[in-house]
Design a protein around this ligand. Structure first.
Ligand SMILES: CC[C@@H](C(=O)O)C(=O)SCCNC(=O)CCNC(=O)[C@H](O)C(C)(C)COP(=O)(O)OP(=O)(O)OC[C@H]1O[C@@H](n2cnc3c(N)ncnc32)[C@H](O)[C@@H]1OP(=O)(O)O
Length: 302
């Protein structure tokens, strides 16, 4: 029996939505052994220095630190491959609820290590580095964790792009975000332009990219790039950030992770496909421990 005209799109949407949903799970196999990606990993590892540190806490909040303070936390080649390894770890961390991305020594990240950039400046290698970082940052944003970039000091170039690969951005009162790419004769290459337009809109994205405008906390909040400002000197910024993030991560990990998945699909899929994914995710929490416990409590929400 031919599918009625409504049935066929629905079936296609369902197939595509579930394909998208299970692809999220498939990336949990971490490194796909694609020979081209192996080649770029080997090339990037020729440029050592610094590290990407990860601390997964009992609370379900992980802290990832871009750690290369001698170079204002610029990404060396080996830090790019380490970032992929940490994202892989987080993709399989089933107890996880939230992620804070920060820089070491009171500053965020000053983009690619310019020494490495000079060494891989031919178009082919540049494109491979760009694809590697685009894919890694897309997977970072798609983690089933609620993520926040804690921006202290400076986030420049690829460092500014890294902030857009988190769900939220907090800045300390003296911090600055700047997409300096135009000064380098470049445009963002790590996916930062595509994400920036979705965060602040195309006109503000043009101001930040074509104008290389310095974003201070007030302007950042005004355009929606920055979600809150932490006052410098009034306590520990990481503790303050964990407290800020806890407003979204209090409660059952499966439910928090399900919330991120349905919001992600709403952001990335067509309405019909997102509705299909939402139904599927709903089915994973309906009648689950948190749902049954809440029903047993029969509490009235304030
Ligand atoms: C897709 C985008 C991506 C790409 O195209 O691959 C990029 O991100 S390109 C890089 C974009 N980033 C920049 O252009 C920032 C360059 N750095 C600066 O503008 C300044 O260093 C700073 C971040 C504003 C800090 O200035 P300041 O406080 O005056 O400190 P110094 O400049 O003295 O820096 C201290 C130390 O750190 C080294 N450094 C800083 N940034 C980088 C970097 N991106 N790559 C390599 N090294 C970096 C700087 O050279 C100093 O080292 P020493 O000279 O050895 O002391």
């Amino acid at each position: 029996m031919a599918l009625c005209s409504v049935g066929r799109p629905l079936l296609q949407n369902t197939r595509h939505a579930l394909g998208w949903f299970f692809k999220q799970k498939q990336t949990f196999c971490c490194k796909v052994h694609d020979s081209q990606e192996e080649e770029i990993r080997k090339k990037l590892q020729l440029f050592p220095g610094g590290s990407i540190d990860l601390q997964k806490q009992e609370s379900g909040i992980a802290v990832m630190t871009v750690n290369n303070p001698a170079r204002m936390n610029a990404f060396s080649g080996s830090m790019m491959t380490e970032l992929e390894e940490r994202v892989c770890e987080l993709e399989t961390w089933t107890e996880g609820k939230g992620l804070i991305v920060q820089g070491a020594a009171g500053t965020f990240c000053s983009g690619s290590d310019l020494n490495a950039v000079r060494a891989i400046s031919n178009p082919q290698d540049g494109m491979k580095m760009c694809m590697f970082m685009q894919k890694t940052l897309t997977r970072l944003l798609r983690l089933p964790l609620i993520s926040v970039a804690l921006v202290e000091g400076k986030a420049l170039g690829g460092g500014a792009e890294l902030t857009t690969a988190c769900d939220f951005r907090l800045m300390t009162s003296d911090a600055m975000i700047q997409f300096v790419h135009k000064h380098m004769g470049l445009v963002p290459g790590w996916g930062g332009a595509a994400r920036l337009v979705r965060i602040v809109g195309s006109q503000n994205a043009l101001k930040l990219l074509a104008g290389s405008r310095k974003v201070d906390p007030d302007f950042g909040k005004q355009i929606g790039l920055v979600d809150d400002v932490l006052t410098v000197g009034e306590g520990n910024t990481l503790v303050d950030t964990e407290r800020w993030l806890s407003q979204f991560t209090k409660g059952s990990a499966p439910v928090i992770r399900a919330v991120k998945k349905v919001v992600l699909s709403g952001r990335e899929l067509s309405l019909d496909e997102a509705l299909t994914t939402e139904r599927h995710v709903f089915g994973t929490v309906w009648g689950g421990p948190a749902n049954l416990e809440a029903l047993a409590r029969k509490t009235k929400h304030k």
